[in-house]
Design a protein. Structure first.
Length: 448
């Protein structure tokens, strides 16, 4: 091979791997405990440095086991720092590994180009490129690339509901990583292939370019999976919206029918009472009238759509022995569409009713609904008691208790989706055995 150039010193490879890990750890900084983050940052630096130094002492025949050890060290660092599932850690590991390969290759290629004077057929001493100026240049290149990558990755790995990849999504990134690593390092193992370079600069160029393409492919795959997952989720949310609106329309028709029957029965009772007035019959009629009044009871919040939903859900609560309390100024929702009102309150009350049904003590089965103005905001709060363990999905969101988790579990997401249409926010919290869902909406967005 002509124009042999020095390979990357192990210490710079360790720094590249560590800094790539730090990029992904920083994306989880808001959701993990400080001790876990600090342990992974400082412990990861020591671990990756030790692994690279030891690997540098091994013979070429053990180069592959040395690289596997480095990959395992990256995975351990990410697992300690994020606490994610093995599947999620594997996704992060593949991205961090290829990112480290790319930044180390690009930075070293530039440093060698500007600071190294090659001697034919002699790789020289790569440690000479660790002098202050080239070493600082290497770190500056690392920092620039990593800042750019972190900005690109922010939308994939941060937010209120972090995107969680599944095991079936791992195979494509795995093969991308294997192919990228193989072709980027093939020239260092042998030149007797159609894909190997034979000149030093050519080998560096191939490695850097292949690593860049590999990382771009991993990023593009993640974007594609995100788009597919988001489309499926939006489809499920839209189905939930349509179902809630259909339920509202059906409830409205049922309530109108019951109201007509209630009105007719009251007149019939009045006629019978006027004709027959024995004490015993009067007592029976009073009981009958009371039961009819219960059937005909409905809410008057100031918003016809909300009244229908509250009445329908109130009847469900009565049938299931749940104490249902409402304090609501429905006039505050004048500017909200009927479908959005049905989605917000329908999903919130359905979730509350489902949770209350698991409470064994009838006296503790209660749901409270509050709708009022709070300064310039409109406050919606639905609180209910619950029993049993709190189940969460891998991304931290609340998990449904229904067996079919594919088509259920979008209640809070539908509420959040609807609230954000009006620039609002949704929060959930637990207070002992009490679950509280709060929706804050700007009053200016709801004005007629």
């Amino acid at each position: 091979m002509v124009d042999v150039l020095p390979d990357i010193p192990r210490i710079l490879t360790a720094i590249a791997e560590w800094s790539a890990c730090v990029v992904y750890l920083s994306l989880y900084a808001r959701t993990v405990k400080l001790w876990r983050l600090l342990t992974s940052v400082f412990g990861g630096l020591a671990l990756l440095t030790a692994v690279q130094i030891i690997a540098g002492m091994l013979p070429v025949s053990l180069w592959i086991p040395g690289m596997i050890s480095a990959v395992a060290a990256i995975a351990l660092t990410l697992w300690v720092g994020t606490g994610c599932s093995p599947t999620q850690v594997a996704h992060l590991m593949l991205r961090a590994f290829i990112l480290a390969e790319f930044i180390a290759s690009l930075a070293w290629q530039l440093v060698v180009y500007f600071f190294y004077s090659p001697i034919p057929n002699d790789p020289g001493n790569p440690e000479s490129l660790l002098r202050p100026v080239p070493f600082t240049m290497q770190l500056v290149i690392y920092a620039i690339i990593l800042v750019i990558v972190r900005q690109l990755e922010t939308r994939n790995f941060s937010g209120d509901t972090p995107f969680v990849l599944e095991l079936r999504d791992l195979w494509t990134p795995f093969f991308i990583t294997i192919i990228t690593f193989t072709f980027s390092n093939l020239s260092f193992l042998t030149t007797a292939t159609p894909f190997s370079g034979r000149l030093g600069p050519e080998i560096f160029y191939i490695r850097t370019l292949v690593d860049l393409v590999g990382f771009a492919a991993l990023y593009a795959h993640h974007e594609r999976v995100s788009q597919i997952r988001t489309a499926l989720e939006l489809r499920s949310i839209q189905s939930s919206l349509n179902a809630q609106h259909s339920q509202y329309l059906q409830s409205k028709a049922d309530i109108e029918e019951i109201s007509r029957a209630h009105h007719d029965l009251k007149h019939q009772i009045a006629v019978i009472r006027a004709e027959l007035d024995p004490d015993s019959l009067a007592s029976h009629f009073e009981q009958l009238e009371a039961s009819i009044n219960d059937i005909g009871q409905h809410y008057h919040s100031g918003n016809a759509v909300l009244d229908v939903i509250l009445t329908a859900k109130g009847r469900t609560c009565t049938a299931r022995g749940i104490n249902f309390t409402v304090v609501a100024d429905g006039a505050l929702l004048t500017g909200m569409s009927s479908m959005d009102i049905a989605t917000l309150f329908g999903n919130a009350l359905d979730n509350a009713i489902e949770a209350s049904a698991f409470v064994t003590d009838p006296a503790q089965r209660m749901i409270q609904v509050l709708l009022r103005r709070q300064g310039e905001m409109v406050l919606i709060r639905v609180a209910n008691n619950f029993s049993g363990e709190i189940s969460r999905n891998e991304d931290g969101s609340l998990a449904t208790r229904k067996a079919d988790r594919v088509h259920h579990g979008f209640g809070v997401k539908s509420i959040r989706y609807t609230a954000r249409k009006y620039d609002g926010e949704v929060t959930t919290r637990f207070d002992g055995n009490r679950f509280i869902l709060t929706v804050l909406l700007p009053g200016t967005q709801l004005s007629a």
